[in-house]
Design a protein around this ligand. Structure first.
Ligand SMILES: Cc1ncc(COP(=O)(O)O)c(C=O)c1O
Length: 350
C-alpha cells in the first residue's frame, strides 16, 4: 500500500525510510449518542486505537518512521524514555522487539494508577530492559553516558517526537483528507486531541496545512508547561519542514502555523497522570453513550475540553475527536503476568 504521504509527495519515497507497522487507514466514526445528549449532532471521531496490532494508539504512527531509521542506521538496540506508565515506551518495546531490536526503557516515576501497574508488567513481558531514572532532569546525562558506552544503540526521545516521528502525523492528516474526499466524514472545522511531547499535534497542524484543509486544531496540554508549550510545537514543525525540504519536497513554503491551532492550558489539573473531575465526567459520557474507553492522563482531558467547547457554543460546525489511545487491549493479559517478571527496583510500583 502507498501511504498518503508518499502518494501526495512521491519525491519523499526514496528519501524517507518507513517500516510497515500500520496496514491501513484507521476508521472514522459518528458520535451519534454523544451528539444527541449534548444537542450537537455534528461530533465525529478518528479511531487511532486501530493503527496497529497488537497495540495501536498514536505511537505506531511515529514508530513506523523512527524504527525504519534505526534499521537504516544499522543499529541493533533502541533506547527510549518516558514515565513508568508511558504508552510510547510500551509501543516501542513491542514494535522494537518485533523488528529484532533489544529495547531499553529509561523510566521516570509518575503517580501510580492501575494503568501504571499494568504498564510496568507489560514492559517486562515484552522483553524490554528497564532502567529507573529519578527525574526528567537526570535523563540527558543518563542518555549521553549510555550512548557513549553503547554505540549500537538508536535513541528515540520521549514520545517519539522528532521530525521523523512527526511525519507519522503529517501522513495521518493526509489520510483524513482522503476520508473527507471519500465522504466517510465531513470536513471538520475543529479537531481536539491531547498534547504531551507535541509530536502528534505538530504533525496534524503541518499535515492539514499541506493537505490544504483549513481546520482549527485544539491541543490540550496534559504534561507540564516546560515540555508542552508553543515553542515545542514550533520547534517540531520547523524541524519537520526542514526535513521535508531536505528530502526534496517542494510544496512546503508559506505556512502560517500560529493561526492553525490553539494550545489549551485549562484541563491539566494537578499534574501529569492526575485525574480531573471534568476528565472523569467526559470519560463516563464516552463510555456510557459510545462505549469508548478514555484514560485519565491523555484522552479524558482532551475530551473534557471538547465537551466544554461544545456545551459553551465556543465551536460550530463538525467537531472531530482524534482518539490517540490504544484502548484497554492488554487489561486481561496484564492480570495474568506474575509480579516476579518485573525487576526488583520496579516492584514498588506494582
Ligand atoms: C494516549 C496518548 N495520547 C496522546 C499522547 C500525546 O502525544 P504527544 O506526545 O505526541 O503529544 C500520548 C503520549 O504518550 C498518549 O499516550
Amino acid at each position: 500500500m502507498t501511504i498518503p504521504l508518499f502518494k501526495y509527495f512521491p519525491e519523499l519515497m526514496q528519501q524517507i525510510p518507513r517500516t510497515d507497522i500500520i496496514p491501513h487507514a484507521t476508521p472514522v466514526g459518528y458520535l451519534r449518542k454523544l451528539g444527541a445528549a449534548l444537542n450537537y449532532p455534528d461530533m465525529w471521531i478518528k479511531m487511532d486505537s486501530y493503527t496497529a496490532s497488537p497495540y495501536g494508539g498514536n505511537k505506531p504512527r511515529k514508530l513506523e518512521f523512527l524504527l525504519a531509521d534505526a534499521i537504516k542506521a544499522n543499529k541493533r538496540e533502541i533506547l527510549t524514555v518516558g514515565g513508568i506508565g508511558s504508552n510510547h515506551c510500551l509501543a516501542t518495546a513491542i514494535y522494537g522487539k518485533k523488528l529484532g531490536f533489544k529495547v531499553h526503557l529509561l523510566l521516570v516515576p509518575q503517580p501510580v494508577t492501575e494503568h501504571v501497574k499494568m504498564s510496568v508488567k507489560l514492559f517486562s513481558y515484552h522483553g524490554a530492559v528497564l532502567h529507573l531514572c529519578g527525574s526528567y532532569r537526570q535523563v540527558d546525562s543518563f542518555v549521553n553516558s549510555f550512548l557513549r558506552c553503547n554505540s549500537d544503540t538508536y535513541y528515540i526521545p520521549a514520545g517519539g517526537s522528532t521530525p521523523l516521528g512527526v511525519l507519522g502525523f503529517v501522513n495521518a492528516a493526509l489520510e483524513l483528507k482522503d476520508q473527507i474526499h471519500g465522504k466517510e466524514i465531513p470536513k471538520p472545522d475543529h479537531i481536539f486531541l491531547p498534547a504531551g511531547t507535541c509530536g502528534t499535534l505538530a504533525g496534524l497542524i503541518l499535515g492539514f496545512c499541506l493537505a490544504e484543509i483549513p481546520v482549527k486544531i485544539h491541543g490540550i496540554r496534559v504534561v507540564d508547561e516546560g515540555i508542552t508549550n508553543v515553542e515545542t510545537v514550533s520547534h517540531l514543525i520547523n524541524g519537520t519542514l526542514e526535513l521535508l525540504t531536505a528530502s526534496g519536497c517542494k510544496s512546503v513554503s508559506g505556512f502560517d502555523m500560529k493561526s492553525a491551532y490553539t494550545l489549551h492550558n485549562d484541563y491539566f489539573g494537578k499534574g501529569y497522570g492526575e485525574a480531573t473531575p471534568e476528565g472523569e465526567e467526559a470519560a463516563l459520557m464516552f463510555k456510557s453513550l459510545e462505549n469508548i474507553d478514555l484514560e485519565v492522563t491523555y484522552t479524558a482531558k482532551a475530551a473534557a475540553a471538547m465537551l466544554s467547547a461544545v456545551k459553551s457554543h465556543a465551536v460550530s460546525g463538525p467537531v472531530l475527536f482524534w482518539y490517540t489511545f490504544a484502548g484497554p487491549v492488554f487489561a486481561s493479559l496484564s492480570r495474568k503476568i506474575e509480579n516476579s517478571i518485573v525487576p526488583n527496583e520496579f516492584r514498588r510500583f506494582l
